[in-house]
Ligand binder design. Structure first.
Ligand SMILES: Cc1cc2nc3c(=O)[nH]c(=O)nc-3n(C[C@H](O)[C@H](O)[C@H](O)COP(=O)(O)OP(=O)(O)OC[C@H]3O[C@@H](n4cnc5c(N)ncnc54)[C@H](O)[C@@H]3O)c2cc1C
Length: 427
């Protein structure tokens, strides 16, 4: 008899799990709350040739599982190399200086003295010798903070090189990240190629959801184990029985769906960082692409702007200009529920103060306020040791970026693992 599996969530984790389960001969129902699949790789379309990636903005050469999956489903052609976020300038105590984010820029940077530079390159060589390059988490460094893990790099390199390159993409302060997380990313960020996705970051995932016949606009309100060893999935007041369920959603969201008896303790220990950003675009010429990282930051941590077809977080048509302002995690939390207009006005006023080339919001043709309550897992010291001690049990399994790494590749690998666990159990 064909075994039935429900996968809750059509982000990269759930869709990968579902695809690998279908390959193994299971009957799989993918249930997605939003009208479209993709999760935090969501793209908003604003007309011909104009889209904004509101969540993930790039894939990378060090994402082997994601790239292999995109190959298999015929979506790899969408990828083209792009410059990584982190280029641009640092606004340090009112002074604008180029971000030292490549060997050439570091060597020429006025922010580090010759000794700082030497120390940085020696520390990087050591990191390369001791840290694997496949985003693997080295549990030996899990208990320490990022600051401990970076002790050998020296204060100047830590503050001027690592901090701007990490606090942008991870939305969290270096102080709160685990040493293991920072080590794994430092290793790959310095050598990776980054990819833009034609048609939007969610395009490959929407194609995969179509292939799998995913059901969108379906909110799962509860999941509970049944006496016969299966699980009941509740939707709109009715329940469906499955042999197994994969919850491919952020841990705090999964916790809400389970009864206290079925809820593993780890779910309440995993936190996520919120993130708020504002995108606007207008018809007309604008400056070439540039970005500013603000230190110390308060309401706005990065301001980026540009014009022309490529280089945006998504794509704008020719003869359009765009700008994006991102709030840091500490101010994103309170902005999640504040009235939209107030949030927009505050963020944009600050962005224009930081970079006067940002156009006024009332002259924008497109304004997109983006609010993620669960942007990325909050990977603090001790995080992976807790995960390591957690063993998934039937009939409810978990997938999601919180189980591996806070990125698309982490989500894809978690989906592959969940599929293996389910098939190992139900065989
Ligand atoms: C602003 C931002 C920028 C990012 N930048 C990058 C980047 O450049 N590169 C990168 O690799 N990663 C990036 N990430 C992280 C990346 O997007 C995530 O790690 C990845 O999308 C996680 O995939 P997932 O499948 O685990 O979860 P999600 O993508 O969140 O998917 C979970 C799905 O479950 C659905 N769901 C939730 N509850 C229910 C329910 N009750 N019933 C049914 N469905 C439900 C949700 O609607 C969602 O579609 C970024 C994230 C954000 C927010």
């Amino acid at each position: 008899m064909t075994r039935r599996v429900a996968v809750v969530g059509a982000g990269p984790a759930g869709l990968t799990a579902a695809y690998r389960l279908v390959e193994r001969g299971f009957h799989v129902d993918v249930l997605e709350r939003e009208a479209e699949a993709g999760g935090r790789t969501h793209t908003e379309h604003h007309g011909d040739g104009h889209w904004v990636d509101t969540g993930a903005g790039w894939l990378a050469s060090f994402y082997p599982s994601t790239l292999a999956l995109l190959d298999e489903i015929g979506q790899r052609h969408r990828l083209s190399p792009m410059p990584l976020r982190g280029g641009g300038d640092l606004l340090l105590d009112g002074r604008l200086v180029p971000t030292p984010n490549s060997v050439g820029r570091i060597l020429g940077s006025s922010l580090l003295g010759p000794l700082d530079k030497g120390r940085f390159f020696v520390a990087m060589a050591r990191l390369f010798a001791t840290q694997r390059g496949d985003l693997a988490i080295d549990l030996d460094h899990d208990g320490e903070t990022a600051l401990d893990a970076l002790a050998g790099f020296g204060t100047a390199a830590r503050e001027r090189i690592v901090r701007p390159n990490f606090e942008g993409p991870f939305f969290a302060r270096l102080e709160q990240m685990s040493g293991a997380l920072v080590r794994s990313w430092l290793r790959v960020l310095s050598v990776g190629t980054f990819f833009h996705v034609a048609g939007g970051m969610d395009a490959p995932w929407r194609a995969l959801a179509d292939l799998l016949g995913a059901r969108t606009g379906v909110t799962v309100t509860g999941v509970e184990t049944t006496r016969d060893g299966g699980a009941a999935v509740h939707i709109d007041g009715s329940a469906d029985r499955y042999d197994a369920v994969v919850l491919a959603i952020p841990a705090p969201v999964a916790a809400e769906l389970l009864t206290p008896d079925d809820r593993p303790a780890i779910l309440s220990e995993i936190g996520y960082v919120p993130h708020v950003r504002l995108y606007a675009a207008r018809r007309g010429a604008g400056p070439a692409r540039s970005g500013i990282h603000v230190f110390p930051n308060d309401l706005v941590a990065t301001v980026e702007l540009g014009a022309g077809r490529f280089g945006a977080w998504g794509q704008v048509p020719d003869e359009w200009a765009w700008a994006l302002a991102c709030a840091p995690a500490a101010s994103s939390g309170p902005l999640l529920d504040a009235p939209a207009e107030e949030v927009q006005d505050r963020i944009w006023a600050e962005a224009r103060r930081i970079d006067p080339r940002v156009f006024p919001l009332d002259r924008a043709d497109v304004v997109q306020l983006i609010r993620w309550p669960h942007a990325v897992p909050d990977v603090r010291p001790g995080y992976h040791a807790r995960l390591d001690a957690f063993h998934q049990r039937p009939p409810v399994f978990f997938a999601g970026d919180w189980l591996v790494q806070p990125c698309v590749e982490g989500a894809v690998r978690s989906g592959e693992r969940a599929a293996e666990l389910v098939s190992g159990t139900l065989r």
